[in-house]
Design a binder for this molecule. Sequence first.
Ligand code: SF4
Length: 334
Amino acid sequence: MEPVLEIRNLNVDYGLGDKAVRAVRDVSLTLHKGEVLGLAGESGSGKSTLAYGMTRLLAPPGVITGGEVIYHPPSGQAYDVLGLSDRALREFRWAETAIVFQGAMNSLNPVHKISTQLTDVLRAHEPKMSEHTRTARAREMLKLVGISPDRMDAYPHQLSGGMRQRVMIGMALILQPQVVIMDEPTTALDVVMQRQILGQLIELRERLGFSVIFITHDLSLLVEFSNRIAIMYGGRIVEQAPAATIYRDALHPYSKGLLSSFPALRGARRELAGIPGSPPDLAGMPAGCSFHPRCPRAFEPCSSAIPVLGRPDVPDGAGRSVACWLHPAEQTVG
Ligand code: SF4
């Protein structure tokens, strides 16, 4: 599959100098055309910082201290998003990559109609488009996200939470971006509404052909809706594999812990268990594998040497990577 976004050796710190805390550590990740890449991990694992970093939306004291984010446009040369001018970056953020944040439904302007907010995006980015075409595009987008175009003149408070989140997804898609980043997009909604909206998003992806980076702490949603899953811990990717492979046979003890925190989707019931302990303090990361203080499988090298992310020594190791001394890398990635 062709890449659309390649994150290479990205490092993100909070703060400068001696006080800096590294929140994303040497992360390399590729999003392919048309795929849904899930990013999972507990709070503080670095997944949202990674999303803000790759789109240069980090608020101070967040600083990108190394790496590249290579975007492959549908036509023309690939370029590094980290090197874009402010103007080019603004265009990139809406037209090439759109982001739907957690609780985005609360970011709709309460004093403007839905129609105005949708057409404003087109007015800003496609100034030559006629008013008639803008309105038609906004109506079409509402329909695509499952809202009757008759609600165009509604104000946000006249819509349910689920409808407002759909409007935000419509706004993210209205310029037909190549990449949509969804950071916990449905966390504020009930589980039925979550699944409805995500199911619809996947249908839209099949129809419109964009790629999705889907960030959540809820691994069960990723197993259901992603093609591939990357798991983060302590600012690093610790495992990456096709979603079905992670669900069936995760290799990293942390991935196994996350999987055992939700009921089986099908087949025999399994016992639910949490992960003991707390995520690491980024200001004082444990030596070696940062998961070792919580890991039920920790052994001799774990507390002193950092395992490298690479292809594991298992028969179906192609297309998988793991950073764990139980499966020393046959070949490193990134
Ligand atoms: Fe556990 Fe060691 Fe693997 Fe880390 S490297 S996850 S401590 S077994």
